[in-house]
Design a binder for this molecule. Structure first.
Ligand code: 0RA
Length: 641
């Protein structure tokens, strides 16, 4: 195959090495950016931005501009030192070209330039270059603007000087277009997904401003947080009631930068997020273990010392000390070790002791110096310990009961005849009348119906013991066969698909959110393993001559009317106010027949977003909840929890 290696010309051994490296990336993108799906596409942006974050961590950059261009190419510009453009003495090539074409080259440049590196995979911008149709880099350095263009990773010519910089101005600007030969299909950058990631990066990289502009829609947003992770904690708690001011500590131990911010609220759940070199390590790791150990030990020590726990009292368990806790731990390490490329878990053993020590000391001092806060925190742990005890008893009761109940399934469950769970579906339906239509309309061979009466309990605001005493919840648990919380066991699942079917109105969306909250809090595995779905009932029925059409959204409806033109006037149109208004046959045709229905699979795309959304929707503060339901009630297709 003929290859353009650039006008520089001679095709030396080094060029071959470079080409082999780039070719490896193109052949196995999964190894470098995690695949060729939409998630991997976003990974390309992160990889480029990570390089600018590295400059920020080195104290050399405080502004990063990210632009999604109208043609879906992406520009990332920073005001760092600029990638060096001089000739590398050994490699006899400009450093810029090496950074752009040699895997893992970026961080190893510039001698003492880098203390820590943000790039999780560390493959650097060369992998992005290899996976791009074209890529252009502009470097402002030494008073000049330098520029080089690449196609599929191969330089299209030497570095050119295209202008002068303002005095002392430096920086790097990269624009790339992802390769449509590699990312084949329907791809799109999602503003929210990018914004979410940049918000987190801005929280954990003090002093950085990240500006995101989407030129396709003209949406933009800027992230800068004066208070770093302290602001992050306040942000997470903005709809909760805090028990004390944020506790913050930052310290360097044996070259590891350690920063923790924490605050207790009156919530029942735990929201802890861990970062290693600005990467959100969603699977936790040694920094999380260190944080948890420090908190449990410090609170127990304090409670004993203050005489709140007597010598004979048992210590608080870890769980007792985590109820209502919001915390961020962010570490910066020279050589972070992760469990694997996709599983994001920090493995450096020494970090556990370092975090435990730094936080233990700071949190201990905080409790000593702030007796009112200390009392509120310990009180919270006491309540939580008692509730946990009550919940354990209640759960044992439910488990024992449900062992019996599994022989006698809940009375209102209309079960299916099929016994292979993989073939079975459970429809959770709101209300008895909709339940009636669903029971008549279903294929009873593989579809079971469980009608829930009215609103199930708001599980965000109640503890497990109370939740388990709710009849609707109990019926749900025993129908599913998995048990709940810590004793959840997926192998007991009686239905491969669990489908929530509610009305397409505001009430329906509220009930759906309540059911989703329940699953999210107590059966997250069910969601993670892809068993939870949302049914899509239509909003309108449009009958004309012998034709029958259904519209599932308002825009669907408008499109259909437009397509019908003048005929629309004669059509017989009805709007379904609820599932109950459909006769069993209509319900089957539009919503339950696997051949024609659309199901939305529920995914927990980002635990942090989901947690905040659930807290906002289900927590105590009412105004943000109302706002959300109003804005999103009809955007069923974009359901994003
Ligand atoms: C190598 C060495 C130096 C900076 C960089 C690379 C650098 C890379 C990227 C990638 C995106 N933005 C960047 N900014 C800088 C240090 C150069 C020096 O010491 O002046």
């Amino acid at each position: 195959m003929a290859r353009n290696v650039g006008p520089a010309g001679s095709y030396g051994a080094k060029d071959i090495q470079v080409l082999e490296g780039l070719e490896a990336v193109r052949r196995r993108p999964g190894m470098y950016v995690g695949g060729t799906d939409n998630k991997a596409l976003h990974h390309l942006v992160y990889e480029v931005v990570d390089n600018s974050i590295d400059e920020a961590l080195a104290g050399a950059c405080d502004l990063i501009d990210v632009i999604i261009n109208p043609d879906s190419s992406v520009t990332v510009e920073d005001d760092g030192r600029g990638i060096p453009v001089g000739i590398h003495p050994e490699k006899k090539k400009p450093a810029l070209e090496i950074v752009m074409t040699v895997l893992h080259a970026g961080a190893k440049f510039g001698g003492d330039g880098y203390k820590v590196s943000g790039g999780l995979h560390g493959v650097g911008v060369s992998a992005v270059n290899a996976l791009s149709e074209w890529c252009e880099v502009e470097v402002k350095r030494d008073g000049k603007i330098h520029r080089q263009r690449y196609e599929r990773g191969v330089p299209m010519g030497p570095i050119e000087v295209i202008g002068k910089t303002a005095k002392g101005e430096t920086g790097t600007k990269t624009t790339y277009m992802y390769d449509h030969e590699i990312f084949v299909g329907d791809f799109d950058y999602r503003f929210e997904t990018l914004a979410q990631r940049f918000r987190e990066m801005a929280f954990v990289t003090r002093g950085i401003t990240i500006h995101l502009l989407d030129k396709r829609s003209d949406r933009e947003t800027t992230f800068y947080f004066e208070g770093g992770i302290t602001s992050f904690v306040r942000f997470l708690n903005r709809n909760r009631t805090a028990l004390h001011p944020v506790v913050h500590v930052e310290k360097e131990v044996e070259g590891t930068g350690i920063e923790v911010a924490l605050q207790y609220t009156d919530a029942y759940s735990e929201s802890v997020y861990c970062f290693a070199n600005t990467i959100n390590t969603i699977d936790g790791g040694t920094h999380l273990t260190g944080l948890r150990a420090a908190i449990t030990r410090t609170i127990n020590d304090y409670a004993h010392k203050a005489g709140i726990l007597k010598e004979t009292d048992p210590n608080f368990s870890g769980d007792d000390t985590r109820e209502g806790l919001t915390a961020i731990v962010s570490i910066k390490h020279r050589d972070p070790q992760f469990e694997s490329q996709t599983k994001v878990k920090l493995m450096n053993a020494e970090v556990q002791t370092q975090v435990q020590q730094v936080l233990g000391e700071a949190f201990g001092t905080f409790l000593e110096e702030n007796p009112r806060a200390a009392k509120a925190i310990v009180q919270k742990c006491l309540t939580s310990a008692r509730a946990r005890d009550a919940a354990r008893k209640a759960r044992d009761l439910v488990i024992r009961k449900s062992a019996l109940e599994s022989l006698t399934l809940p009375g209102k469950l209309a079960d299916c005849s099929e016994r292979d769970p993989n073939k079975c579906e459970l429809y959770i339906v709101e209300g008895d009348s909709a339940g009636g239509s669903a029971k008549q309309g279903r294929d009873r061979h593989f579809q079971a119906i469980l009608p829930l009466r009215g609103k199930i309990l708001n599980t965000e605001r109640a503890r497990l013991d109370k939740i388990l005493s709710n009849n609707e919840v109990r019926a749900l648990i025993s129908a599913l066969g998995t048990s709940i919380g810590e004793s959840f066991d997926l192998s007991g699942l009686r239905y491969g698909r669990v489908i929530i079917m509610t009305d397409a109105d505001v009430d329906g969306s509220h009930i759906r959110t309540l059911i989703l909250t329940f699953f999210f809090r107590y059966m997250p595995k069910l969601i993670e393993e892809g068993h939870l779905f949302i049914a899509q009932p239509p909003l309108y029925r449009i009958a004309y001559a012998k034709k029958l059409l259904y519209a599932y959204t308002d825009s669907d409806y408008e499109r259909i009317l437009k397509e019908m033109g003048p005929k629309a006037k004669k059509a017989n149109i009805s709007r379904f106010k609820g599932l109950g208004e459909m006769n069993p046959e209509q319900l089957w045709d539009t919503t339950m027949d696997p051949k024609t229905r659309t199901l939305l699979q529920v995914t927990v795309e980002d635990v942090a977003v989901a947690d905040r959304t659930f807290n906002m929707l289900m927590g105590a503060a009412v105004p943000p909840r109302r706002r959300f339901i109003q804005t999103h009630a009809h955007e069923v297709r974009n359901l994003d929890i």
